[in-house]
Design a binder for this molecule. Structure first.
Ligand code: IPE
Ligand code: IPE
Ligand code: MG
Length: 246
């Protein structure tokens, strides 16, 4: 594969676990359990082809409104998966991170998660970021609060606030924006994911349900991405001219 056209940052909304389980006559939690294999495969293939950042939407701010038994099962699964997968992640040089309103997470989950984050923090390969209790509106609100406090304290001039300043206060600061955002299960919405960072992302909405997602599906998404012309407001002619100059 042409290295130049491999996105540096891919973000995925892992959707469809519940429907996958229901189709097979099981409860929704069975679907979440089976989503872990898809995560493993996705992490592996991203590492293999040289994606630098992979951000996975695992639990949204709004997911706290689900039935309590489903939330509890998801928390348990998260702890189990983090504990089980960390040695493999570490041996593959993956650096684990988490973004979101983590203060809302149960303490036992945070302890295990922080251990895994700390354990892999020196790794220099793929940066795997789990979005947990994440919501873009929450993230932007937090950024505004912090910047407003700085301005009120006289530490920042309101006139000097620009896009770069705002970026520094987002949970993703320092990461490039995702070139490609994938949402499985056929739903075509962002559900409060990376609203700022996705301003110029390419979107890909395969019908496949998350537990069925495999390496080849990720490669297909990248193939589709490579066919897109990213114009960033310019004309198609300008983009062709720029390409001819390279
Ligand atoms: C995505 O699958 C996983 C989470 C949101 C935690 P869903 O649980 O949303 O599955 P569907 O959309 O109901 O099929
Ligand atoms: C979005 O999926 C969040 C995650 C995949 C973690 P949802 O299934 O919660 O989104 P909606 O409610 O269908 O928009
Ligand atoms: Mg869903």
């Amino acid at each position: 594969m042409n290295e130049m056209k491999i996105p540096e940052h891919i973000a995925i909304i892992m959707d469809g676990n519940g429907r996958w389980a229901k189709k097979l006559g099981f409860n929704r939690i069975f679907g979440h359990k089976n989503g872990i294999k898809a995560v493993r495969e996705t992490v592996e293939i991203c590492g293999e082809i040289g994606v630098k950042y992979l951000t996975l939407y695992a639990f949204s701010v709004e997911n706290w409104n689900r039935p309590l038994d489903e939330i509890e099962a998801l928390m348990l699964l998260l702890v189990e998966a983090v504990v089980k997968e960390t040695p493999e992640l570490n041996s593959n040089n993956v650096q684990l991170r988490a973004i979101g309103n983590l203060s809302t997470f149960p303490e036992n989950v945070m302890v295990k998660l922080n251990q895994a984050i700390e354990f892999t923090s020196k790794n220099t390969g793929l940066v795997l970021t789990l979005a947990l209790s994440y919501g873009s509106r929450w993230e932007i609100t937090e950024a505004v609060k912090k910047i407003a406090a700085k301005a009120a304290a006289g530490e920042i001039e309101p006139e000097s606030i620009n896009e770069n300043v705002i970026e520094q206060y987002l949970t993703t600061h320092g990461m490039p924006d995702p070139e490609l955002i994938i949402r499985t299960s056929g739903e075509q919405r962002l559900s409060n994911f990376l609203l700022w960072q996705g301003a110029y992302s390419e979107f890909y909405f395969p019908a496949i349900l998350w537990p069925d997602f495999r390496k080849n599906d990720l490669l297909e998404a990248i193939d589709e991405y490579r066919k897109r012309e990213r114009r960033f407001g310019k004309t198609g002619e300008q983009i062709k001219q720029e390409k001819d100059l390279i």
